[in-house]
Design a protein around this ligand. Structure first.
Ligand SMILES: O=[N+]([O-])c1ccc(O[C@@H]2O[C@H](CO)[C@@H](O[C@@H]3O[C@H](CO)[C@@H](O[C@@H]4O[C@H](CO)[C@@H](O)[C@H](O)[C@H]4O)[C@H](O)[C@H]3O)[C@H](O)[C@H]2O)cc1
Ligand SMILES: [Mg+2]
Length: 358
């Protein structure tokens, strides 16, 4: 490509920007804390970088603000974002359905959303942007085309993802496509179809800035399980490291030399789910391994916190339009607010059960 470096964006010497959005959420949590002893730990949490989710187009202007702020802080700095606004988003679930609908000009709306992000990235070439692209989207195309909503969304997801990769090609951006997790695409029957699809998307845009894949986004799997969680039911890819070591070579052999980011933001406690497919506000979860480039495999660029701990996965209000039954299961903490909204009790648990401890 025409750009210089395209190695690990988290290379030494780079600091990672703290999202003011999340810092503000944690500061508010201090004011609402159930116990002063626990609240004493909250400021330390606010110092750990995570990703800012651009889940509505109205948030895109704040990206300019963040990039300008970051540029004023350090010459070598990384801003971490999640691109998350596909039309008919979260097609196999209800909790995170988005603002754009395919049936209502959604693909064009999405392209405008991407154009806004691309303009911000171009305006601040001195700031590195690491972007996770569309959690749950391509993974749903691997396993859920039997769901009419996903089948209907397939071509739009692929067109929108291609557009995002084409537009987000500035020399200061690194893209990681979302790749589900060990309990999703890690099943043997899913690995090859997944590798095939990711490699096809990668090859579809020459000279792209797709560095690799992001796994375990908004999920709870260990990077390296001490012992298999019972829910893994004999699946050899018991954790994210085994999933990555299984799918990495399958991607490389198909022309996609993918590197990985692994979300460990809510992975501090294992054996807390009734089933591996349960994903909503899982009770007992704790903040996990701290972000680092000290990873167990060269395939992994960094351990990161992508889902901001404390922001809900979905509402438990059965009367809500976006109520998903998964958020009503026994292992889902209740009462929970809408996806993305601050869930104070859940945040306090994440701090309480954090491993490593705060
Ligand atoms: O014994 N075997 O050999 C065998 C073989 C195959 C088997 O089938 C596999 O079973 C897996 C479950 O074990 C399924 O994985 C679940 O798929 C769901 C979507 O369908 C995901 O939900 C998403 O989760 C996101 C957060 O991660 C949410 O943000 C998002 O809103 C939400 O929709 C779950 O995580 C994920 O765990 C696979 O599809 C399925 O193919 C099972 C056994
Ligand atoms: Mg979700």
């Amino acid at each position: 490509g025409t750009c210089g470096t395209f190695g690990n964006p988290y290379e030494s010497g780079y600091t990672t920007y703290l999202s003011p959005f999340y810092v503000a959420e944690v500061n508010a949590a201090i004011a609402n804390a159930s116990s002063p002893a626990l609240a004493a730990k909250f400021p330390a949490v606010a110092q750990i970088p995570n990703f800012t989710w651009f889940d509505v187009v109205a948030k895109v202007p704040t990206l300019n603000t963040y990039l300008a702020d970051a540029a004023s802080i350090a010459s070598k700095i990384i801003v971490q974002i999640v691109v998350y606004d596909l039309p008919d988003r979260d097609c196999h679930a209800l909790a995170s359905n988005g603002e754009f609908k395919i049936a209502n000009n959604g693909v064009n709306n999405y392209k405008g959303y991407i154009d806004g992000i691309a303009a911000a990235v171009s305006a601040y070439p001195q700031v590195r942007v690491v972007a996770v692209v569309e959690p749950d989207s391509l993974a749903n195309l691997v396993t859920n085309l039997s769901d009419q909503r996903c089948a209907n969304a397939q071509s739009a997801y692929l067109e929108c993802t291609k557009y995002a990769i084409e537009k987000l090609r500035q020399c200061n951006i690194w893209l990681y496509l979302d790749a589900g997790h060990a309990g999703w695409l890690g099943w043997a029957s899913n690995q090859d179809p997944a590798a095939q699809m990711f490699a096809q998307v990668y090859s579809g845009v020459p000279n792209n800035r797709v560095r690799g894949l992001a796994t375990n986004v908004a999920n709870y799997n260990a990077l390296q399980a001490v012992s298999p969680d019972p829910v893994t039911q004999g699946n050899p890819t018991v954790d994210e490291l085994s999933y990555i070591r299984a799918i990495g070579p399958k991607l490389a052999s198909r022309g996609f030399p993918a590197k990985f980011l692994v979300d460990q933001g809510r992975s501090g406690v294992q054996n807390i789910r009734d089933a591996w497919g349960n994903w909503c506000n899982i009770e007992g979860a704790g903040f996990g391994l701290r972000p680092t480039t000290n990873t167990p495999d060269a395939l992994i660029d960094a351990i990161v916190w992508i889902k901001p701990g404390g922001e809900a996965d979905g509402t438990s209000d059965t009367s809500a339009v976006r109520y998903d039954a998964t958020c009503g299961l026994n292992d889902a903490k209740k009462p929970a607010p809408e996806a993305g909204q601050w869930f104070q009790a859940y945040f306090e648990d994440l701090v309480k059960y954090a491993n490593p401890a705060f």
